[in-house]
Design a protein around this ligand. Structure first.
Ligand code: SAH
Length: 196
């Protein structure tokens, strides 16, 4: 049995728990908000499941010896950078959930009383929650000294984002039309745009 053996593994575990609690709170709040249109696709479900595996591999690394073959060493300062990036990811995750409210869903869908959110964290960036996951994935790699547990999430998340974001924007355009078209012109996708 392996146990947590570095401060950065403890940081990861703490961040994971905070992220899990944030998501749980808002999942419960969205529970009774019905969907009127769902855009499920097999590719989306496969990539979401793979991302889930990428997010839980760290537990096999931290608490078992199964992934020891992929261990490597990282300089300590990278762990501190990873800590700062993870903190930013959690802040973004919280703010995007708080601003999106009951419009949030794990799969692409339009809810019964869906409104287009363009303020708060969504004022300058259309995909802050995906940005939060990207930062999480980078932080995971910098905090955990294991090729698999560290980087698997990032390897899956990048194609997930590249495939999902255009589909989501197409869905939002069908629903909100000109309002979303205007919103696209004044915001960045995963990187905020502060100028018009
Ligand atoms: N791409 C966003 C939201 C991810 S959650 C982000 O990264 O922050 C995915 C769901 O959010 C989609 O099913 C869509 O219905 C909803 N959504 C995305 N952008 C939205 C917005 N600006 N206002 C309201 N709902 C939005």
């Amino acid at each position: 049995m392996r146990v947590i053996d570095s401060i950065f593994e403890a940081v990861f575990l703490m961040g994971f728990i905070i992220g899990f609690v944030i998501r749980k709170i808002y999942t419960v709040r969205c529970r009774n908000s019905k969907a009127i249109r769902k855009y499920k696709s097999v590719v989306d479900i496969i990539l979401l499941s793979a991302a889930g595996i990428g997010m839980i591999l760290p537990f096999f690394f931290m608490f078992t010896t199964l992934l020891d073959f992929a261990d490597y060493h990282l300089p300590g300062w990278l762990g501190w950078i990873g800590t700062a990036i993870f903190a930013m990811a959690l802040l973004l995750l919280w703010r995007s959930h708080a601003d999106l409210g009951r419009n949030w869903s794990a799969i692409l869908q339009i809810r019964h009383e869906h409104s287009l959110i363009t303020n708060g964290i969504y004022r300058h960036i259309r995909h802050p929650m995906y940005a939060a996951h990207l930062l999480w994935a980078i932080a995971q790699g910098l905090l955990l000294e294991n090729w698999l547990a560290g980087w698997a999430f990032l390897v899956v998340f990048v194609p997930l984002y590249l495939i999902r974001a255009p589909k989501e924007e197409q869905m939002m355009l069908e629903q909100f039309d000109e309002q979303y078209r205007q919103y696209i012109t004044r915001t960045g996708g995963i990187i905020p745009r502060f100028w018009k």
